[in-house]
Design a binder for this molecule. Sequence first.
Ligand code: DX5
Ligand code: ZN
Length: 224
Amino acid sequence: MVEIIPSILAADFTRLGEEIARVEQGGATALHLDVMDGHFVPNLTIGPPVVESIRKITRMTLDVHLMITDPDKYAPVFIQAGADRVLVHQETCPNLDNTLRTIQQEGALAGVVLNPATPVSLLEEVLDLADYVLIMSVNPGFGGQQFLPRSLDKVRRLDQMRRELRLALPIEIDGGVTKENLADVVRAGCDWIVTGSSVFHTPDPAAAVTEMRQIASEAEAVRV
Ligand code: DX5
Ligand code: ZN
């Protein structure tokens, strides 16, 4: 089933607990947490203490997106803090197979992320090792950017690859997803849809999640 996964990057951090409760009321079952180090991306966000605090107030699945230059060093720390799933960028992992195995051995699901300029063909040797793949539909670093339409072709190519290899591998997408492009994103083959501004920069984040879940499930119903 297609899932809408709110990214707290767009939330009001002074009221984070309430913001999380709202999206949970709207039907979200997972939360996306963006970790940035100011090196791999030109921005800084949260670290393990924030993940640990969030872990204490929700049972939602925590999907931790590591936009950092040293994911091998920090992935275990974030799993210890409560991450259920950890995403590492292909661009930061010279021994990606080892990185994925380490994350899995530490008890989390392991996902690989591709930046817009990184081709899906670079995943050929690891696709059967990853638990899921995230296609960036903006260059990482900031919320509220414009969706890059070419990412839909990448999703379609990845969808083709997983069919050929008979892999039940969820495809996640992150960046610039709105109510307007959501149906196209689902029809291209995405299963897990990260969305920040379209949920938290609205007067009613619970209603925004419910509405996006509805749009996604209608688009999924007509997907072949
Ligand atoms: C961007 C982050 C995204 C971001 C998405 O680098 O990885 O998760 O929060 O936010 P929107 O939906 O506003 O593009
Ligand atoms: Zn993200």
